[in-house]
Design a binder for this molecule. Sequence first.
Ligand code: UDP
Ligand code: MG
Length: 311
Amino acid sequence: MDISIVVPLFNEDESLPHLAEWIDRVMKEHGFSYEVIMVDDGSKDTSWQVIEKLHAHNSCYKGVKFRRNYGKSAALNVGFGVAEGDVVITMDADLQDSPDEVPELYRMIKEDGYDLVSGWKKVRYDSKIAKNIPSKFFNWTTRRMSGIYLHDFNCGLKAYRRDVVKSIEVYGEMHRYIPVIAKWAGFSKIGEKVVQHRKREFGVTKFGMNRFINGYLDLLSIMFMSKFGKQPMHIFGAVGSVSFLFGLISLIVVVIMRFAGRIALTNSVWFYMSMMFVVLGALLFVAGFLGELVCRNSSTRNQYLIEKEVR
Ligand code: UDP
Ligand code: MG
């Protein structure tokens, strides 16, 4: 199978028939073998009935329905698990992403050898204050922190080599950082394509302003995870040792000064400071050890290391 299109959706029943029609048209024009995996993220409207109808008409349409709303990341992750195509393309259900972009994205993965190609909504049709300006700032920060030069990390329209989606796990609200997760998993050929963006015709946006607060917290945890996720002791141990040693040395100095008769121990602010550094250092060490224990028991600690092998 050439292409799997993964569509996460939440209350998009009006858009779905139009989207399906459009995808069909593009796929037929280019003669792709394809599947469309619609992941219904706990919709309260008739989205699921629409999906069932599409499936009855054409078995290329597959559906998964969540029991409740788990979020876009969970929906993408399940779609990735199901996908069988050589190239996996994700697309929003609200008709803001154009299926006309699919053939070129497919070509970039297949012929130009990209692992991942992210869309770039160069011209956006969202409200300026709520989306465009904060998202510029958000993209700039992510670029600086991750070293991946994309303009539009959060674009719903992306294409992946199948290997990539089978090697990564997207959870929480990490869908904004899939390129970062992919790079971390060792897929470094990441490209970008300017894509057309359209106005939302039906329904409403599902993400409010709190996306930006959560977005930054997620970015911090992603960066932390990629640097120290597999060896937490490297950060906690280092900071802990410095703190502990500093505290210990200054404690010794304070005690010597006490016996030299210079100061009264408990009146000295240095005494308390030194104690604090010693205790803090020990606690950081313990945190590091606990982190290592957690990693040791993680089921994914050695997953997806191998790219190729001959035996
Ligand atoms: N979506 C989802 N689960 C959610 C929120 C959104 O599957 O909890 C889907 C939504 O139906 C759409 C896509 O994610 O297909 C992008 O959402 P939206 O269009 O609301 O985001 P925006 O375009 O405003 O950034
Ligand atoms: Mg949208």
